[in-house]
Write a new protein. Structure first.
Length: 143
């Protein structure tokens, strides 16, 4: 069984500003980052799901989270089909940036220094995520 295609969510800059906190807007829509080691999700260890703070699409489950020691929440695998990538040169050399496949919100960068089984480290901004503990309902996708 395959997942249905993800329908893109398009909003204007003004609509996003009205929905997001200033920090979320800076990260998700402006491709910013938070200060290393400052977000509580670095220490989140409960079972649950991490969803895009912009559109509420589930991106990661807690089973794929690990302590990378980098100061940002890190995961070794996203949920299938939930992320899109592009190459960015913002700091002078190429890095693989990833975004929510539904709303295009910037999440972070992926590196090839993660643990097994993938060897990948999805280094995510905590501001770009919401956490839903296991047993609680996921929020309805934002429209």
């Amino acid at each position: 069984m395959t997942n249905p295609p993800i329908e893109p969510l398009k909003k204007t800059e003004a609509e996003w500003k009205a929905l997001l906190t200033p920090a979320q807007f800076r990260v998700l829509r402006g491709e910013g980052t938070e200060v290393c080691g400052t977000h509580p999700f670095n220490h989140e260890k409960r079972a649950g799901s991490f969803v895009c703070a912009g559109c509420f699409l589930p991106l990661f489950v807690s089973d794929s989270k690990f302590d990378s020691g980098t100061g940002w929440p890190s995961f070794f695998a996203p949920l299938p089909g939930r992320l899109e990538t592009k190459i960015d040169h913002h700091i002078g050399y190429p890095r693989t940036e990833y975004h929510c496949a539904r709303c295009g919100g910037h999440q972070g960068h992926v590196f090839e220094d993660g643990p097994r089984p993938t060897g990948l480290r999805y280094c995510n901004n905590g501001e770009a995520l919401l956490f839903v503990p296991a047993g609680e309902p996921l929020p309805a996708l934002r429209t």
